[in-house]
Design a protein around this ligand. Structure first.
Ligand code: WT7
Length: 633
């Protein structure tokens, strides 16, 4: 088990050690795992190339560190507690031994369908146990999983399958989400029309709805699992071989396939999980994220299971059947650590006090927040009403690319301050740069958040596009990893994340590229161009504001056109990317070099109609006046 910091002086000591002797520090953590062969060299790196390698020539399998390592002591302990969407349906509990058997069985199924080490397997499943089983079965045989969030459209799924060249797709007939049913097989069929690489589709039966089946390509999960054996030797992986790909949004339209590797990701997620949440043996931990995002990968599946934890996995949504659902789950399983997003907190807070009264939340010890900045009001509500004033809130800052938590309090060890992610974890060396790339050394400053030294959990490349990896993270400031976030540091050295400074927006904790939304809108035949920006939204953190140029307004009028834009965005990306506001404009404010001046559009979306700064490079300043006039009308 990884070492655990339990006192402020312990933190200082470990942090200092991790900076003065990072090799010794990480060797010590990595030595707590089971390796077929210990690494020969701990780290090789060059942020200019860029290239990062950890635990070089080490051999391991991450699933042996989840199962074989724990079975003797914890075989009968629950690994995953699955809570269904409908509270009337019984939960499912998988002990480590039971989960191990299922993983091995499905690993054998994968092999029987021709999946080998290095092959990509796309996973488009709702929050059901089969999702965890599939991920770990892939890891068992060295196949690279690529989980696609079940809310994505056919088009978005196809794009991800094709980019990864996935040979197989695992999906379900459908999924339950609150009152709704999502038609996963239908969407998969639509996606697969344009995916040549997929040879086999395995379908989990969840809703029992009518679906179409393609003979020879499609197979029921249950039929294949029936005869599968429970023994499957783990593939021995090199530390630097990929474990998974997870797509995320960038500032251009195409999603980025973030690649994480076996050794470093394992060490980093386990270490951060154990320390940030202060997990102790026997605790029950509940992360309410979806496994379709990195939070679920690192802190429902890998981090907790690597540390032998009991991890609660919830299929549904926080408001179904009532806005008490999370609190009921916490009471039902006597949850000790709970981890969710500010959007969920704000939306539950908005439902009113009555939903948290008379609920027993005494088991809680630690509350976590992730995905977006948490505002003061939500922080205090979470602290006072859910934590009853006695649970530390860990506001955890990190990214899909970082693999695990980077800046966060260690629960009960680092004093918290509302809206601050506080201090870097051991092994993380943040720096704040000004726009010219100078490191700002004073304590109390504001600027671009960069990281100056590698950590084991960092993404190694973007699938099939190392050049874009370099462009995205290592070119804005040479020699540094650039996060894309703005940050402020205070007199105590505490960090407060200010949000994205690139063309990425964060809507309900979901990361979206403005360019991908614009591309979707522009597909509409009546639309010549558009510009999308974020604006402050009371529940979602950021809302989506689209300025749309329509040259030839149809007779049916603006409302109809708005509806068809929303439909197009849902279809091309996902309902989560639908603009909250659409404004039709005659033209977009552009500079003489043809660049859209988003700064102005952001201001207008925020409701500010003056102090736009330097606008001398605008080709036609009356465009701005027209847009403002349009808002006021
Ligand atoms: C972006 C990364 C990390 C898992 C979920 C999101 C924002 C993340 C915080 C936080 C303020 C945060 C950043 C970051 N973000 N955590 N605690 N406070 N902002 O992963 O989809 O890769 O998004 O989310 O802007 O860059 P992601």
């Amino acid at each position: 088990m990884v070492p655990k910091i339990t006192t402020p002086s312990g933190y200082l000591h470990e942090y200092q050690k991790s900076v003065s002797n990072p090799i010794g520090f990480w060797n010590n953590v990595a030595d707590t795992f089971y390796w077929h062969k210990r690494w020969e060299k701990t780290l090789e790196w060059d942020f200019k190339k860029p290239e990062v390698k950890w635990f070089i020539n080490g051999k391991l399998n991450i699933t042996e560190n989840i199962f074989e390592r724990h079975l003797f002591l914890r075989g009968d302990q629950p690994a995953i507690i699955w809570e269904p969407n409908d509270p009337e349906e019984p939960e499912k509990v998988y002990t480590y031994k039971e989960l191990y058997d299922e993983v091995n069985k499905f690993a054998n199924v994968l092999k029987s369908k021709g999946i080998k080490k290095g092959d990509r397997v796309a996973i488009y499943l709702p929050m059901v146990p089969e999702l965890v089983i599939t991920m770990l079965a892939c890891a068992r045989i060295g196949a690279i999983h690529s989980v696609v969030f079940a809310g994505f459209s056919a088009n978005a799924l196809a794009e991800r399958i094709n980019d990864a060249g996935a040979k197989m797709l695992i999906t379900a007939d459908g999924g339950f989400r609150g009152e709704k049913i999502i038609e996963l097989k239908k969407t998969s069929d639509e996606a697969l029309e344009s995916c040549e690489s997929v040879e086999t589709v395995i379908v989990v039966k969840r809703t029992g709805q009518e679906i179409s089946f393609e003979e020879g390509r499609d197979f029921w999960w249950d039929n294949l699992m029936k005869d599968a054996g429970t023994e499957c030797k783990a593939e021995v992986m090199d530390s630097e071989e990929p474990l998974f790909i997870l797509y995320t949004s960038g500032s251009t339209g195409k999603p980025k396939g973030v690649v994480h590797t076996s050794g470093g990701y394992m060490v980093y997620t386990a270490y951060t999980f154990k320390n940030v949440f202060q997990y102790s043996n026997g605790d029950v931990y509940f992360c309410a994220a979806d496994i379709g995002w990195i939070t679920g990968h690192s802190y429902i599946v890998y981090g907790p299971l690597l540390e032998g934890a009991t991890s609660v996995m919830f299929e549904g949504i926080p408001t179904y059947p009532t806005p008490k659902r999370y609190w009921e789950i916490i009471d039902k399983y006597q949850v000790n650590q709970f981890y969710t997003s500010p959007t969920a907190i704000r939306s539950l807070m908005a439902k009113g006090q009555k939903w948290v009264e008379y609920i027993n939340l005494k088991s809680l010890r630690v509350l976590g927040s992730v995905g977006e900045p948490i505002n003061e009001e939500a922080w205090h509500w979470y602290h006072d009403h859910i934590g009853n004033g006695r649970c530390p809130i860990v506001d955890t800052w990190w990214q899909t690319e970082t693999g695990g938590i980077m800046i966060s309090p260690i629960a009960g060890v680092i004093p918290t301050k509302p809206t601050f992610a506080t201090l870097p974890l051991p092994g993380v060396q943040p720096v704040i740069l000004d726009n010219d790339g100078n490191v700002m050394c004073q304590k109390s400053v504001e600027g671009n958040l960069c990281i100056k030294f590698p950590w084991p959990g960092m993404a190694r490349t973007l699938w099939g596009d190392h050049d874009r990896y370099k462009q995205s993270y290592f070119s804005r400031f040479e020699g540094y990893y650039f996060t894309g976030d703005g940050v402020k540091r205070d007199e105590d050295g505490y960090y407060r994340i200010l949000g994205r400074i690139d063309d990425v927006i964060n809507v309900s904790g979901h990361r979206l590229g403005t360019a991908e939304i614009e591309n979707a809108i522009n597909e509409h035949p009546l639309i010549s161009e558009s510009a999308v920006v974020g604006f402050p939204h009371p529940i979602k953190g950021q809302g989506i504001y689209a300025y749309v140029v329509c040259t030839d307004m149809p007779d049916a009028g603006e409302e109809e056109l708005k509806k068809s834009i929303l439909k197009a965005v849902s279809k091309i990306i996902s309902p989560i990317a639908k603009p909250d506001k659409i404004q039709f404009v005659k033209a977009l404010p552009k500079t003489r070099s043809g660049k859209i001046m988003r700064r102005i559009l952001r201001k207008i979306a925020e409701g500010e109609y003056s102090s736009f700064g330097d606008t001398s490079t605008l080709t036609d300043p009356t465009v701005v006046d027209d847009i403002i006039k349009g808002v006021k009308e």
